[in-house]
Design a protein. Structure first.
Length: 131
């Protein structure tokens, strides 16, 4: 699996926090303003919050909780279920054993960075359908 692109990290961060802040120093050494949303922060550059890497289990849990909070969990799982079935590495999932299929799907889904990639793909699809 490839690491997430900067564009993907930005999309996921916006989804999680409303803005993927771009901090710009404005005169004072320790005063920064976000060029995207205008939020202000009075900390030195080295203490500015860093964008999440979306590689950890905590990020996965936060993304899952956000999907639930937004009422999009069901739609997301339907989307990933379809991908899972068409995925070349999960052909074994065309099993007659339904229990086995569910087990494999769950194990396939809850793995980083795949989970974050899937949320990113899901968000991209939603953006497309809203254009
Ligand atoms: Zn911002």
């Amino acid at each position: 699996m490839n690491p997430l692109s900067e564009e993907s990290k930005k999309r996921l961060t916006k989804y999680m926090d409303g803005c993927a802040h771009i901090w710009v120093r404005d005169g004072h050494v320790s005063h920064h303003t976000c060029s995207e949303c205008g939020e202000e922060l009075s900390v030195r550059k080295e203490f500015l919050p860093k964008m999440r890497s979306f590689t950890t289990g905590n990020d996965m849990l936060d993304l899952k909780n956000k999907l639930v909070e937004m009422g999009e969990w069901k739609e997301f799982t339907i989307y990933t279920w379809k991908l899972h079935h068409g995925h070349p590495h999960t052909k074994y999932c065309y099993s007659s054993n339904k229990e086995r299929i569910r087990e494999n799907y769950t194990a396939w889904l809850f793995l980083m960075p795949r989970f974050a990639e899937l949320v990113d793909e899901f968000l991209k699809e939603k953006e497309k359908s809203h254009e």
